[in-house]
Write a protein that binds this ligand. Structure first.
Ligand code: PLP
Length: 349
């Protein structure tokens, strides 16, 4: 697919790597099938593009957070393959669920009653086993409103699956107890990190998000997961500076020698945050070209010394392998993906 003409900024989404990552996570899920978290615009990559690619790879369950994320997926994946994690917060949400066929995840007795009052139907149920964020408390599972639900997926969510802490086994035990207590069709606990905690965490369905998109939340997944998101920017201007010249806002970089620099069309408004000032880099002609000085709203300056053949109009690729980029920037791998802004032309590469 060709990119729309856009700003000199694009996000190449390697859909083959995305599909390969899903296939690996599906295999690591053992007897369970892997679904996919596609919330937050497919972790910033483009929800429709991601859902199309994952469905083609065999994925049959998609998780979003908000009801406003459902519309663009309808017509791409079956409505009843979409689960909405925030659940019906209002009667209008419940009516929308019934009209579209997307499934609400019920998170409280209030949501259960709201769903039943709207007419009910197939839903999912989130049980809070210790994250204390969203979900029906274990103590409420015996309520008549829960017994009245027609539950497809019984979910819970691990708080610290990326760490080896006793809470993982505690949550597993509570999730198993909930499975024994509540009638349901399928059970689901693990997201990306939880998948590698062991087969007892798999249930019937896993819900990876981050690792589909190239994230490595636990060392067990290193080597198995490929980079998917590749931000690229064009050089808008190349210029020569002399020793003593300062570059960009507040001149926090001052050239020690004459050097050739380039200005690329990428800035913090695009999600290339100021934490990359002086630490980021791009790759071109097989060379690493460091970011010089401060990242500004729409522009970043790079050192062209190691790539003398680069010209205005040439594209460079931003260093964005998630584990390394997270270590370098101080951002989480999740943030690195979801901050990427609207000015990127998103295309499949
Ligand atoms: C976001 C989310 C996921 C995906 O988690 P990752 O860590 O990105 O794999 C799974 N389940 C729920 C409930 C979520 O909110």
């Amino acid at each position: 697919m060709l990119p729309e003409p856009s700003a000199a900024l694009r996000l190449a989404v390697d859909t083959q790597a995305l599909q390969a990552n899903w296939t690996v996570l599906d295999r690591l899920s053992g007897g369970a099938r892997a679904g996919a978290a596609v919330k937050a615009n497919g972790y910033g990559l483009g929800a429709v593009m991601v859902a199309d690619a994952l469905q083609a790879a065999g994925c049959g369950a998609f998780f979003v957070a908000h009801w406003c994320e459902v519309g663009e997926l309808l017509g791409h994946v079956p409505a009843d393959a979409i689960s909405v994690l925030h659940g019906p917060l209002t009667g209008a949400d419940a009516a929308y669920a019934r009209a579209t066929g997307a499934r609400p995840v019920i998170n409280s007795l209030a949501q259960a009653r709201r769903w039943l009052a709207a007419g009910g139907g197939r839903c999912d149920l989130m049980v809070d086993t210790g994250i204390n964020r969203l979900g029906v408390p274990m103590a409420d599972l015996g309520d008549a409103a829960i017994a009245a639900l027609d539950i497809d997926i019984l979910l819970s969510h691990l708080a610290s699956a990326d760490e080896d802490v006793p809470l993982n086994a505690v949550q597993l035990g509570r999730w198993n107890a909930a499975r024994g207590q509540v009638r349901h069709a399928r059970a689901s606990l693990a997201s990306s990190a939880g998948i590698v905690l062991g087969p007892e965490y798999h249930g019937d369905l896993t819900r990876p998000g981050l690792s589909l998109y190239g994230g490595v939340p636990r060392p067990e997944l290193a080597g198995a997961i490929r980079q998917v998101a590749r931000p690229q920017a064009a050089i808008m201007q190349a210029r020569q500076v002399q020793a003593g010249d300062g570059i960009g806002y507040n001149q926090i970089f001052v050239a020690e020698r004459a050097m050739r620099i380039g200005t690329i069309a990428l800035g913090y408004a695009d999600g290339y945050l100021r934490c990359w000032s002086g630490t980021g880099g791009v790759i071109a002609d097989g060379q690493r070209l460091p970011v010089l000085g401060r990242v500004s709203m729409d522009m970043t300056v790079i050192d062209l010394s190691a790539a003398p053949d680069l010209r205005e109009g040439d594209w460079v690729e931003i260093e964005y392998a998630l584990p390394e980029a997270a270590a370098r920037s101080g951002l989480s791998q999740y943030e690195l993906l979801t901050v990427l802004g609207r000015r990127f032309g998103r295309w499949t590469g």
